[in-house]
Design a protein around this ligand. Structure first.
Ligand SMILES: NC(=O)c1ccc[n+]([C@@H]2O[C@H](COP(=O)([O-])OP(=O)(O)OC[C@H]3O[C@@H](n4cnc5c(N)ncnc54)[C@H](OP(=O)(O)O)[C@@H]3O)[C@@H](O)[C@H]2O)c1
Length: 305
């Protein structure tokens, strides 16, 4: 039985991925900031601030998956919050690189989350892995330092490395969708600003499966956009969500000025435009279980995943 260590395995993507891996017969262990007596998986503890990691964490591990990082939209982007957003990703990668270097038997691959935020705010430009990364804004800076840290894991360990620039993950258990579903209870749905900005999204089953594909397919290496081939504008996506779920709702804008007032710089998360295509995944011949938004949103709501 092959063993997979998932850092940040308690999070949205990690929980789903752990379950899929388990069903496929992999042994799953987690790397977390704390031991939880009710944890579903054996858990090792690390502290990315102090640079400590339980010695046995890497023992017998075949694949390391790093999904850890403080939540991008979980708090206003103060100077200290920005530092935490970067440090939790960069220091986590550095700590894992060291632990892998120190391990007696090296894992077969290092897989990591990254984010499409690296492209910055790009209006209607079609973005693939060949596109230049963005030049402005905190999302770009954070994602760039994160990818630099991933690259340095490759350099330090020599492991095959795969990083997924993940789009908006569709799940009812966390991320953007629950916040979009909530106003439906009050017969409204909002888009942000003009609503013309592009959102690149992905069903949680698909993103989890891509990590498994990347483990199992030795040809996969480097950076991949993990989004469907069907990005939508924010306004279109909101309207389609209402229709797909058979809801009655007035679709109204949340004005840019109000968003900037309430969220400050963090409003970039909802206002930036990223029309991203999964060029490398498609070249790899990977298939999407949920390429269309309506089917994806219906599915996560129906299954409560
Ligand atoms: N969900 C999305 O739409 C989306 C989109 C693009 C990119 N991503 C990226 O993909 C990764 C996984 O996403 P997710 O939605 O599953 O994230 P999540 O639910 O926020 O989980 C991330 C995990 O990281 C750990 N963590 C939180 N704060 C930390 C800190 N300060 N230092 C170290 N570890 C910390 C936590 O695990 P413990 O509490 O067990 O330590 C948490 O469960 C993240 O890096 C995220 O930025 C997600």
């Amino acid at each position: 039985m092959e063993k997979v260590l998932i850092a940040g395995g308690t999070g949205l993507v990690g929980t789903h991925l752990s379950q899929l891996l388990n069903e496929k017969g992999y042994e799953v262990v987690h790397l977390s900031r704390k031991k939880n007596p009710n944890a579903a998986y054996p858990t090792f503890v690390w502290d990315t601030k102090k640079g400590t990691i339980e010695e046995e964490a890497l023992q017998g591990v075949d694949y390391v998956i790093n999904l850890a990082g403080a939540g991008i939209a979980d708090g206003l982007w103060t100077t200290s919050r920005k530092k935490l957003l970067i440090d939790s990703r960069v220091k986590g990668a550095e700590l894992l690189a060291k632990a892998i270097q120190d391990s007696v038997q090296k894992p077969k691959a290092y897989l990591s989350a990254a984010a499409i935020g690296i492209y910055g705010d790009r209006a209607d430009e079609v973005l693939t892995e060949d596109s230049a990364i963005g030049t402005e804004g905190f999302m770009v800076k954070c994602c760039q330092e994160w990818e630099d840290a991933i690259e340095s894991v490759t350099e330090r360990t020599g492991l095959r490395t795969v990083a997924f620039r993940i789009g908006i993950v569709l799940s009812t258990k966390g991320g953007a969708l629950p916040k979009m579903l909530l106003p439906l209870n009050f017969f409204t749905a909002s888009y942000f600003g003009t609503g013309e900005q592009w959102y690149s999204w992905i069903h949680i089953d698909d993103v989890a499966q891509f990590f498994i594909d990347a483990m199992e397919n030795e040809q996969m290496e480097g950076i991949y956009n993990a989004t469907t081939p069907n990005p939508l504008t924010n306004k279109d996506l909101t309207k389609r969500m209402v229709k797909a779920l058979d809801k009655k709702a007035l679709v109204i804008p949340a004005p840019t000025a109000a968003l900037r007032l309430g969220m400050g710089e963090m409003a970039d998360v909802v206002l930036n435009s990223n029309k991203v295509l999964p060029k490398r995944l498609e070249e790899q011949g990977v298939s999407f279980q949920f390429p269309t938004f309506e089917a994806a949103v219906k599915d996560v709501v129906a299954r409560g995943i």
